[in-house]
Design a protein around this ligand. Sequence first.
Ligand code: TBV
Length: 237
Amino acid sequence: MEDKLRHLLTELYKETPCMPIVVRLAWHDSGSYCARTKTGGANGTIRFSPEADFGANNGLGIARNLLEPIKKAVPEVSYADLYQLGSVVAIEFAGGPKIPFRFGRKDLPQEKCSPDGRLPDATKRMPHLREIFSRMGFDDKGIVVLSGAHALGRARKERSGFDGPWTSDPLVFDNSYYQEILKEDPDPKLLRLASDMALLDDAENRKLVELYAADKDAFFKDYVEQHVKLSELGMMA
Ligand code: TBV
């Protein structure tokens, strides 16, 4: 099953370069996790209303529709596993690290949709990001590392209200996100959210940003660890 899924996902990315929005879909499914109540997480409920219609999830129906033929071709895979494997294959396809993958996420029913408000607000800075990410079980390092996924993709006015890519090649997964946010003279064509610049607010976090900007291998190594954790939130619940 894994080989067939990886093949179909790779064929999809060759035809339609939708890697960024699939990464965002997977993160918004798993990022609803609450470690205290053991609710939410990578459980496929993002495809049901009301969760599908939350403002933070605007546009993600596009990613779900692109993945649906793969679910039809391999019906034994759960949506939760398909979204997370889709993200892992997308990152690898875009030149990022190979991320180990485990199957076994269970799809939960519509009644188990997560409440709204569990994903971060792009207009806010570190105190808000800490509150959101610590609920999932991440510390500051997790926030800095996972934000590097913004090497991929762009914001769109009609989805989030923001506009533009974070890096000059939004279909390549590398450490360029960190290089861009450190620039004193930012490229006016590139996007910087308050939540991106927040990574420079604390000396410790800034040091990590500087390390990742200078050392792609260090970024990839830490990214793999944090991504596996993100992709498995709620899996054992
Ligand atoms: C898109 C918000 C992966 N993220 C994205 C948008 C916005 C944010 C644009 C949506 C649109 O207009 O279509 C507004 N990004 C945030 C916020 C933070 C942030 C609030 C706060 C820190 N993002 C992310 C993680 C991951 C992503 C953990 C994956 C691991 N997000 C992501 C991708 C894209 C967005 C690949 O959150 C591009 C999608 C940690 C596309 O091109 O369609 C960064 C973090 O960082 C918060």
